[in-house]
Design a protein around this ligand. Structure first.
Ligand SMILES: N[C@@H](CCC(=O)N[C@@H](CS)C(=O)NCC(=O)O)C(=O)O
Length: 214
């Protein structure tokens, strides 16, 4: 890829730093030692910037993160962006190498994304004030409560998975751990986690958090 005068790759990541999904991409870049290799473009999610006609023309998903490549190609959503990052930068693989390993990681990643992170976000958007009345125009509170229960079911399931292995897809850290760490952090912040002993999940969470302490 082409580099700018400052030595950055011509790769722009549009994001909002403290939002959960943008955090997934930042953690992936960090795992690859490439946080300083891209240009971050801040987006004001709460003001509705994503939903303006200009922004929708660039990014029809109307969500962050999305990336823009040097030829103007725009790609949205965390999973394709992280696949791109994983293939572009050196460092341990986040998405696996052999076909079976890749499929296994991808399946766990999607299970965690839907059951934990998306479910927690659904609770936030539907059962709380979410991003405020201007943006949360179609709330279904019962759906939010249903998704809270799904978050809790997934947390219990992950606790069971982690009873027998170090990381969610096996012995090695992967993108599934990034998605789950972000999802558990969101669920914790929203008070969604079940009020019971999930010791394996707690041990795993502390271990992943330690990767990002320095
Ligand atoms: N599955 C999408 C989720 C993206 C998403 O929902 N991002 C949130 C921020 S964490 C967003 O842009 N929300 C804007 C809105 O709800 O209007 C992905 O993988 O990127």
């Amino acid at each position: 890829m082409i580099r700018s005068d400052e030595g950055l790759l011509m790769l722009k990541i549009y994001d909002a730093e403290n939002f959960p999904n943008p955090k997934r991409v930042r953690l992936a870049l960090r795992e690859k030692g490439a946080l300083d290799q891209v240009e971050f473009v801040p987006v004001d999610v709460k003001s509705g910037e994503l939903r303006t006609p200009e922004m929708r023309a660039k990014n029809p998903d109307a969500t962050v993160p999305f990336m823009e490549l040097e030829d103007g190609t725009v790609i949205g959503r965390c999973n394709p962006i992280i696949e791109f990052i994983d293939a572009t930068f050196d460092g341990p693989s986040l998405t696996g190498a052999a076909p079976q390993e890749r499929a296994h990681i991808s399946a766990m990643n999607l299970r965690v994304e839907e059951g934990l992170l998306d479910a927690g976000a659904d609770y936030f958007h539907h059962a709380t004030a979410g991003l405020g009345p201007d943006l949360e125009t179609d709330q279904v509170p019962a759906w939010g409560e249903r998704q809270k229960r799904r978050t809790q079911e997934t947390a219990r399931y992950l606790n069971g998975v982690l009873a027998d292995q170090e990381y969610l897809a096996g012995d090695n850290f992967s993108v599934a751990d990034i998605t789950a760490f972000t999802g558990i952090s969101l669920a914790g912040a929203l008070g969604l986690l079940p009020d019971e002993d999930l010791a394996h999940l707690d041990r795993w969470k502390a271990k992943v958090a330690a990767r990002y302490e320095s």
